[in-house]
Write a protein that binds this ligand. Structure first.
Ligand code: IMP
Ligand code: MG
Length: 175
């Protein structure tokens, strides 16, 4: 059990399980993008740990970049996604692999979709470690989903509750 601010969380997904899922995704990414010199685009803050594991396992040439988006307050999405740090790299004509910690309502994806279309990327694919199918309300395709989870609030492995919990090496869910 861990306590973050006023809430208690219980163990949910072990580090071992997370690493197995990442191994699986990485195998597919290596085969789909190994010779394509992709740009991995991580969505901060939540995806930093996932991005690091994915990028460490990638065997071909690649570049790494980040954008920073924010929409959550506490355990709820505000529905209002802000770009806190935009693209700082020319992505025109590139193959982009978007790395997300979790796709929930999809509001963040819609925002990033616009940014990537404006930058005239050649193509982009969405990779997410966690996916909440019951919450997702958009039609942007999510190509690689690590793990589907029910509509529960989780923390750890990059995910936070009001800034805390990102450093936890396994995932916990709200008690
Ligand atoms: P979306 O825009 O609703 O898809 O939400 C995406 C963002 O909300 C993620 O990148 C996370 O930062 C945050 N988020 C969504 N669900 C959770 C959760 O269960 N725990 C912590 N953060 C979450
Ligand atoms: Mg995030």
């Amino acid at each position: 059990m861990v306590k973050l601010h006023d809430l208690e969380f219980e163990p949910y997904i072990s580090e071992d399980e997370i690493m197995k899922v990442i191994d699986g995704i990485s195998e597919i990414l290596n085969s789909d993008f190994g010779d394509k010199k992709p740009v991995f685009l991580g969505v901060l803050n939540g995806s930093f740990m996932f991005a690091s594991e994915i990028i460490k396992r990638f065997k071909g040439d690649c570049e790494v970049s980040f954008v920073k988006m924010g929409s959550y307050e506490g355990t709820e999405t505000t529905g209002n996604v802000k770009t806190l740090l935009g693209l700082n790299q020319e992505l025109k004509g590139r193959q982009v692999v978007l790395l997300e910690d979790i796709v929930d309502t999809g509001n963040t994806l819609v925002e990033i979709d616009q940014i990537l279309k404006q930058s005239q990327v050649e193509d982009y694919k969405v990779v997410t470690l966690f996916y909440k199918p019951d919450a997702y309300k958009k039609d942007i395709p999510v190509h690689y989903k690590g793990m589907e989870i029910p509509n529960e609030f989780i923390v750890g492995f990059g995910l936070d509750y009001d800034g805390l919990g990102r450093n936890l090496t396994q995932v916990y869910k709200r008690k």
